[in-house]
Every structure is written in C-alpha cells, then in structure tokens.
Design a protein around this ligand. Sequence first.
Ligand code: PMP
Length: 330
Amino acid sequence: MRVYDSLVDLMGNTPLVRLHKVTAGVPAQVVAKVEYFNPGGSVKDRIAARMIEAAEASGELRPGGVIVEPTSGNTGVGLAIVAQQKGYRCLFVVPDKVAQDKISVLRAYGAEVVVCPTAVSPDHPDSYYSVSDRLAREVPNAWKPNQYTNVNNPDSHYHSTGPEIWEQTDGRITHFVAGIGTGGTISGTGRYLKEVSDGRVKIIGADPEGSVYSGGSGRPYLVEGVGEDIWPATYDTKICDEVIAVTDKESFTMTRRLAREEGLLVGGSCGMAVVAALRVAATAGPDDMVVVLLPDGGRGYLSKIFNDDWMADYGFLRTSSDEGVVGDVL
Ligand code: PMP
C-alpha cells in the first residue's frame, strides 16, 4: 500500500520542471524547483518540520508545548500543520496590516492569532515583536522557533533541498538561483551544492531592488517574502557568487507570464527569482543548467499581482481594462 501516515511525511521532494516559453532565445536550460507541491503550499514547510523536530530533540519543545512566533505567512502555515499533526498549540502574532485572508488561513489550521497594531514602533509594548517576546516568556511551555536566527532553517535546506536538486539533475546543475528573505534557502542549499560539486555550482541570489542584500538601504518594495532591511543570522554572507537586484515591475510581470505561459500559478518572489535566473542563463553556455527555486503558489496574491486594477494603480500595467490587447509592459 502507498499510504502516508502524516502530511509531514510529504514535505520536501518537490519536482523540477523545465521552463519552455519564458526562456525563448536563452542558451542554457532553466528548470524550476516548484515548492508549492509541499502540503502547506510553500518552501517553508521544510524549515517548520526541521525546527520543530530539533526543538523536540533538544527538549526545548515538550508535549503540551506552545509554539509562539511572529509570522503571518508561509512559515506560519508550515508550523501550524506540523504542530497540529504532533499535538502542539500555535500562537502567532501578526501586525494588523496583514490581510484578513492570511489570518483566516492560520486560524483554519487551528492556530490562535493575536493581532497587534502596525502603527507603533518595534520597541512599543504593543508592537508585534514585543507581544511575541512577552508571550514566549509568559505562556507556560512556550517555545519560539525564530526563523531569523534558527540554524535549523538553513540546515533544513542543506539536508533536503540541496541533496534533492543534486540527485534530480544527476549532478548536472551549474547554477542555483533563489530569492533571499531570511537567507535560509540560499545559504543551506548553496552550501550543500558548493560542497558536493567542489565549488563548481554557482550560487546566485535574487533580491528586490532597494533591499540590503543587493546594496540597498531597505527602501520599500512590494514583492513579499524576500529582501530585508537588516542582516539576519540565517544568511551566510559568503554564499552568493552574485546577487541580482530585480524591480517590482519586472518581478510581477514575470509572475503573470509564468501563469499564462508555463501554467505555473506562483507568487511574486517566484517571478523575481525567474527574472534573475534568465539573466544568468542569458550569459551561460548551452550545456549549463540553471535551477531556480519557486517558493510558493499564486493563490495568495490574486487580489494583488493577478488583479489588473492593482497592477495598474502601481503603474505596472499600461491599462487595467484589456491586457490582452495592450499587453504587459516590461
Ligand atoms: N519567497 C517567499 C514567498 C517567502 O515566504 C520566503 C520566506 N521568507 C522567501 C521567498 C525567501 O526564503 P528564505 O527566507 O529561505 O530566504
């Protein structure tokens, strides 16, 4: 019988799919690692599983434990699924700017969500940082994963994403491209691929223009889940051979093309990573294989990236009425 005991057993082992249309005219092959095949719909299932397993092993998380984390997105979903399967409570703290839909998703999985005001400074007692710190201190049996400092975040990719890509490509990968948020994906996967290939595989970060990783000051951008205004401990500052800055407009235009031309309904950070991957592939040789990681699916972005009015409001589309005629502006 081919029956899985738990959804947690289905995390990882995501497929590689070759891109065909958006790569027109590019000499190297570009293949996508499609992380929306994870049960929670994103790459973050990997870190959730490993962070929880490591905390169980170290005794930080015990039966009856409560997972407390300031998160509104993919990490919360991954943690909520693993916690529910293993019988832990989840208490997530989010700022009130977070879309109601995202809060509903977390609550649907059984997590408790505390909503805090956005319009206060980080050191204010009501800020979501302060509230999550206080809850982690005061709630009995609380454990805070802290994905920005937890070594199991990059380690999960060193032990899963990296080896999977190496095996799936029979060691033929020449370049790995991924967006940088906490830096866990690129640092862990990159470290494995460099080690196993004796430094042959090139590691390329994709970053929203304005973020610190590509030399910016943290200036705001709209693409979600990537870029920072601080340098988290989970990012290995020596791992990237190159970091490519991508604008919001380029990211979102490519995200829409991936749905229309490749059948891949994915999030904005995926479009961003593909823009960087195509730049790399344009200067690579015909025998090269560029692997680009696509972190999540596009359903969470229907009212933004896939909404013509929203795109037009930000000047990313020439018109909101008939994109089919006027087309995307690159
Ligand atoms: N894209 C999305 C949508 C994400 O949620 C994240 C995680 N913050 C990333 C990209 C970046 O991954 P990492 O944190 O491993 O750098």
